[in-house]
Design a protein around this ligand. Structure first.
Ligand SMILES: *[C@@H]1O[C@H](CO)[C@@H](O)[C@H](O)[C@H]1NC(C)=O
Length: 169
């Protein structure tokens, strides 16, 4: 019973925070163009920190998710304003932003991830994406890798499980 109670408490805390609703899978963003990040709920419980929550573009296979670019901040403390437009830069610290499949990591408490979606840069169409055995496609992406999301879900579960263990102990 104690275990179940702890798990339910965790679920209640997690659901009190924001849930990202845009971009969704199938969304296509273009670098240099302002795009809306939308969410439901609010992060008022974070206090002042919730007024400037960083938003990062990430990608990579499960087990090796990597940071690509910081694209700004959102204020998720409001109960009425639940969107902010952000722009993916055409350039990152490592050169032109490559077209490909990415996700956003929003560093709220707890951290939130979007589903995978496409970001296009007409000036850097060839995405390497860290693949080793496949030949880069010359056409538009037709697959929607979901390994990053699977990893994120797995990590969240692992963290929740750890938290439960700590609470029980
Ligand atoms: C919502 O907040 C963002 C900044 O977080 C601001 O740019 C935008 O204008 C606000 N929208 C409204 C309707 O107040």
């Amino acid at each position: 019973m104690k275990f179940i109670a702890a798990a339910l408490t965790l679920a209640a805390v997690a659901s009190a925070q924001i849930q990202l609703s845009d971009p969704t899978e199938g969304t296509v963003w273009k670098v240099g163009v302002a795009q809306y990040v939308r969410w439901t709920g609010n992060c008022a419980a974070m206090g002042a920190a919730g007024k400037a929550v960083t938003v990062e573009v990430i990608n990579g296979p499960a087990g090796n998710v990597k940071f690509i670019a910081n694209i700004g901040t959102i204020d998720c403390t409001s109960t009425t304003n639940t969107s902010t437009s952000l722009t993916v830069p055409p350039q990152t610290n490592n050169g032109p932003f490559e077209s490909g499949t990415y996700a956003l990591r929003v560093n709220a408490d707890p951290i939130q991830y979007t589903t995978n979606f496409i970001i296009n840069n007409p000036d850097a169409p060839a995405a390497s994406a860290g693949a080793t055995a496949t030949t880069p496609s010359t056409t538009e992406p037709t697959t929607k890798p979901s390994s990053a999301n699977a990893l994120m879900a797995g990590s969240a579960l692992a963290m929740a499980a750890l938290a439960v263990v700590q609470l029980v102990l």
